[in-house]
Ligand binder design. Structure first.
Ligand code: NAD
Length: 481
């Protein structure tokens, strides 16, 4: 496989500068592969290829039923190569192989299938207007060239969240995967040609932040869909002002989980642990701050810590591993810095709290860490750690809970664990988050919108909402006099 190259206009090529970057296996700390380190010139070429493909009748005039068939074909090819994709994702990103297989690869295939179904249903309407002797109708047209910038936590899946709806709507794309985990995107790129997509419809430029910046700055890009940190999201908003690009931003989170006095802890403890340490806590929607009724606080904290201490941490390829490494050393240092800040601000580590040693010392392993005696104003309770660090705080008054949950710059997702249905509905209404889960750690579904409010982002991915994000509405008037 040509890991080392960029896909531009249907051709595989080196970066114009011939620069490369090396990705590391986070379970061993060893170099895994070298890929092209694309820059401004490469982004320029990829955008030009995407613009040309947008006008090319082989794509622009392709009947929706044929476009649907191509997307469906990608899902079949992903499933054909599922084992290889899963292993690649585990080696490059670190996630346990069963997660790579069941969540990343199967989820990506499902997104292509779901949006294949949409292609033949993207239509307009005939508004009930009041202008005499005139017909008006609307259509939905592609936005144009879309720059898709993805993070390292679920590289293949998040690429699919963007590619599937963008292509379903007839756009052309330049995908810029995260520099830490580019390999599955490069492999996926091969499948588009095999499925029969015309050259230039899908372009892939591997590289670091400079390649991302070049894409966001580029006047030939009509829309940017970005998933990543809130900090970079803010830079992107500023940079997109040039040609007023449309933006979708899926940013950071600090998901709260409220556990009431009547909650079933047999369900709530394992579910909250799963939500907190899934993919080593490197999940934007990971539950990371817990508000527990004081009468159950000690019991919940101890049971959570016991379950966390029993989690089998190890290389993602090892059978039985429940939690893999963090994505790399730089990120581990950041997570550990947060843990140290928790200690210095007065919280107590109940379990975990330092990198794994022994057999795991060479990899970027950080065991699940549970903090008690924390306060709302501590950094571990306010900032996104993006690691397996769970901060548990008590509450006395249910009336204060929504305000405490909402006292956050983020608004991605929150969960509530209770047997009181009326309370559940009340909190679902009061909590400022784009998604509220009651007694469930729901996996994402391509039919259900996903995104954030406040500093967690703009717009929604998945569902009918994604079709709106990747199309413009055009209104046509016809005089009938
Ligand atoms: P990041 O913001 O550092 O990088 C994300 C991508 O942006 C990478 O491809 C990177 O090369 C690129 N980039 C960096 N600087 C850029 C710039 N100035 N202009 C354009 N592109 C630039 O994020 P990360 O560390 O890779 O991912 C972790 C973050 O992603 C967390 O904050 C997490 O919450 C967030 N995330 C959010 C969701 C969601 O659905 N809301 C999902 C997954 C991850």
């Amino acid at each position: 496989m040509r890991n080392g190259q960029l896909l531009i206009g249907g051709e595989w090529c080196e970066a114009a500068s011939e620069a490369t970057l090396t990705t590391v296996d986070p379970a061993t700390g060893e170099a895994l592969a070298t890929v092209a380190d694309g820059g401004e010139k490469d982004v320029d070429a990829a955008v030009a290829a995407a613009r040309a493909a947008l006008r090319n009748p082989s794509w622009a005039a392709m009947p929706p039923s044929e476009r649907a068939r191509l997307l469906w074909r990608v899902s079949e090819l992903l499933e054909r190569d599922a084992d290889a994709f899963a292993e690649l994702e585990t080696r490059d990103q670190g996630q346990p192989l069963p997660i790579a297989r069941a969540v990343s690869v199967a989820g990506a295939a499902e997104h292509f299938r779901y949006f294949a179904g949409w292609v033949t249903k993207i239509d307009g309407r005939v508004p009930a207007h009041s202008v005499p002797q005139a017909l008006n109708y609307t259509t939905r047209v592609p936005v144009g060239v879309c720059g898709l910038i993805t993070p390292w936590n679920f590289p293949l899946l998040i690429a699919a969240w963007k590619l599937a709806p963008a292509l379903a709507c007839g756009n052309t794309v330049v995908l810029k995967p995260a520099e830490q985990t580019p390999l599955s995107a490069v492999r996926l790129a091969h499948l588009f040609a095999e499925a029969g997509f015309p050259p230039g419809v899908v372009n892939v430029v591997t590289g670091g932040p400079d390649a991302g910046r070049a894409l966001v700055d580029h006047p030939g890009v009509d829309k940017v869909s970005f998933t990543g940190s809130t900090e970079v999201g803010r830079d992107i908003v500023r940079a997109a002002a040039g040609n007023l690009k449309r933006l979708s931003l899926e940013l950071g989170g600090k998901a709260a989980s409220v556990v009431t006095a009547d909650a079933d802890l047999d369900v709530a403890v394992p579910a909250n642990l799963r939500s907190g340490i899934n993919n080593s806590g490197q999940v934007c929607g990971a539950s990371s701050r817990f508000y527990v009724a004081r009468s159950r606080y000690d019991e919940f904290t101890q049971r959570l810590a016991d379950a966390a201490a029993a989690v089998r941490v190890g290389p993602g390829l090892n059978v039985g591993t429940q939690m893999g490494p963090l994505v790399g050393e730089e990120h581990l240092a950041r997570v550990d810095g947060y843990v140290r800040s928790g200690v210095s601000q007065g919280a107590t580590i109940v379990t975990g709290g330092k990198r794994a040693d022994g057999d795991l010392a060479a990899g970027s392993f950080y065991p699940p860490t549970v903090f008690a005696d924390a306060r709302d104003d501590m950094r571990i309770a306010r900032e996104e750690i993006f690691g397996p660090v769970l901060t548990v705080m008590p509450f006395d008054d249910l009336d204060e809970i929504a305000a405490r949950v909402n006292d956050s710059e983020f608004g991605l997702v929150a969960s509530v664990w209770t047997r009181d249905l009326a309370l559940a509905h009340r909190l679902a209404e009061q909590i400022q988050a784009a998604c509220v889960r009651v007694n469930i750690v729901a996996s994402l579904d391509p039919a259900v919108p996903w995104g954030g409010v406040k500093a967690s982002g703009w717009g929604r991915e998945m569902g009918a909402e994604a079709i709106e994000e990747y199309t413009e509405v055009k209104s046509v008037w016809i005089g009938l006099q």
